[in-house]
Design a protein around this ligand. Structure first.
Ligand SMILES: *Cc1c(COP(=O)(O)O)cnc(C)c1O
Length: 508
């Protein structure tokens, strides 16, 4: 006969065991439940965000184009410490709308005519969502073969589409500044037979880099970083439409050689930042070839136009150059950052940057391309995905149509300026940037005119209706109207023109 107490104990043990199992199972379930809750929550907010994103795209014109906040206005609204306890997405998202949005300048507004555009497009944004989700670090082939191989294929697509020689190789850099730095460094290493990388600058201190007075500040920056020195960046004067003068380039190089300098690199601009001036590449390339100087072509903004066959003559002579960069993240509807960099001698580039510590060795080294050896950063975002989406979504024809349309709009605006008695074109339009100023007929004093135009610009931007920026051309304060935002249409240009005339009348 069983002892009832023992039975009771057994029952109790059973109860405890059951309870224990119950707790463990439930604990596990709860863990799962939490995980599900997380993805459920993510899904909920992701949908909310997508709705917000689509609304933003629809209503972007309701915001002031240029943010109207004062310095520190955003900064002072943000807490002084990392919150100790985590917060929910809803609270953070509300603060995003309340605090951050007023401090945003709306680059995606079709009334944005400042600087150069930094366009996005729906296919690019969708691809960026996937890129963010995958969170791939594409430094080596092994760390995500698709990242490297899609990038290689995209470079082949662009090479053919924009007329880069077939034997060049492409890679995506984070910015044109990095690409130009890569060129200067590669030129330096090639010229010093890779000794500066090895032993430093000993005995190689008299390098010279040449560009026009109009070229981008990234060249000076690159020369500084590469140890060439800002003083050894020789700025060649330009002609009446701001193109580098090859005769003066030739003369300066000869003088420099006579004075014991080593010409290292020439940078030709296809579309300068101030006025989209186009340096005569073919003539410059002949000089580079004659003196065996690395020639880098900076087409950061205007490079997109090479997708249109009738503009490909702009890079006539490219086969004599050594490297080329252009930014799809400017005009080509692809989110920042994405710079396409082509180089004639891939080995020179890789020899300059390659580094192989033990922890980065893989079994495919030497068989595949490891893009971490093609530029400054080790880590690389999966940037080719958005390019693939954009290229496929619009197709070459769609892209050409959009670019042509922007050029037509710029032509329309240029015509208005030329026909007006109160406004003057400063330089002829090359692509889709119109450089002009307000010039009442009775006024010719340049200082007064400059002050007037500066005032006009501030007045225009303070309306929040449009946003323009300026440059100086031969001391003339010049308004720049860059017409290339993804969604810009005729009505935006007409509205802008009316507003410019109206504000100009107000200030005289
Ligand atoms: C915008 C621009 C650059 C710099 O581009 P990042 O990608 O921002 O470094 C360089 N050169 C020219 C001609 C540009 O217009």
């Amino acid at each position: 006969m069983q002892n009832p107490i023992a039975i009771g104990r057994k029952v109790n043990t059973l109860k405890f065991a059951t309870l224990f199992i119950f707790i463990v199972v439930n604990h596990h379930k709860k863990d799962n439940f939490n995980m599900n809750l997380k993805s459920k929550e993510f899904r909920k907010y992701a949908h909310q965000f997508v709705d917000w994103m689509a609304d933003y795209m629809d209503n972007v014109e309701d915001y002031p184009v240029k943010s109207q906040v004062l310095p520190k206005e955003i900064y002072n609204q943000i807490g002084d410490n990392i919150p100790y306890k985590g917060e929910d997405i809803e609270t953070i998202f509300n603060d995003f709308k309340k605090i951050i949005i007023p401090g945003i300048t709306h680059w995606q507004s079709p009334n944005f005519f400042a600087y150069f555009p930094a366009n996005t497009s729906p296919p690019s944004i969708l691809a960026e969502m996937l890129t963010a989700t995958l969170g791939v670090q594409g430094m080596k082939w092994d760390t995500s073969p698709a990242s490297t191989e899609l990038e290689e294929k995209m470079m082949e697509w662009f090479k053919k589409a924009i007329g880069i020689p077939y034997n060049w190789t492409g890679v995506i850099q984070d910015s044109a500044s990095s690409a130009t730095l890569a060129s200067i460094l590669t030129a330096r290493e090639q010229k010093s037979t890779y000794k500066i990388n090895q032993v430093g600058f000993d005995g190689f201190t008299k390098f010279r880099v040449y560009c026009s007075e109009e070229t981008h500040s990234s060249i000076e920056k690159g020369a500084k970083i590469a140890g060439i020195g800002k003083e050894n960046v020789v700025k060649i004067p330009t002609d009446e439409i701001l193109r580098l003068r090859p005769d003066l380039l030739h003369q300066t190089i000869k003088q420099d050689i006579n004075n014991g300098y080593q010409p290292l690199c020439i940078i030709a601009a296809i579309g300068t930042t101030g006025t989209t001036a186009i340096d005569p590449l073919n003539e410059i390339a002949e000089i580079a070839e004659k003196f065996k100087i690395w020639l880098h072509v900076d087409a950061a903004y205007a490079g997109s136009v090479l997708l249109i066959p009738e503009y490909q003559h702009l890079i006539k002579g490219i086969e004599k150059a050594d490297s080329f960069v252009f930014n799809p993240h400017k005009w080509l509807f692809t989110n920042f950052d994405c710079s396409i960099y082509f180089v004639k001698d891939k080995n020179a580039l890789v020899n300059t940057f390659e580094i192989l510590p033990e922890y980065l060795k893989t079994s495919t080294d030497g068989v595949v391309n490891n893009h971490c050896d093609w530029g400054v950063p080790l880590g690389r975002r999966f940037r080719s995905l958005k390019l693939w989406f954009v290229m496929r979504y619009y197709g070459l024809e769609g892209l050409q149509n959009k670019l042509r349309h922007h050029i037509e709009l710029a032509k329309w605006f240029e015509n208005k300026i030329m026909k007006s008695s109160e406004f003057k074109l400063i330089v002829p339009r090359n692509i889709n940037l119109v450089c002009f100023h307000f010039k009442p007929q009775e006024l010719s004093d340049i200082k007064k005119l400059n002050r007037l135009n500066e005032e006009l610009l501030h007045k225009l931007n303070a309306t929040g209706i449009i946003y323009l920026t300026h440059t100086k051309v031969n001391e003339i304060y010049t308004l720049r109207m860059a017409i290339g935002q993804t969604n810009v249409e005729q009505n935006h240009i007409e509205k802008a023109w009316e507003l410019i005339k109206e504000k100009a009348t107000e200030i005289v």
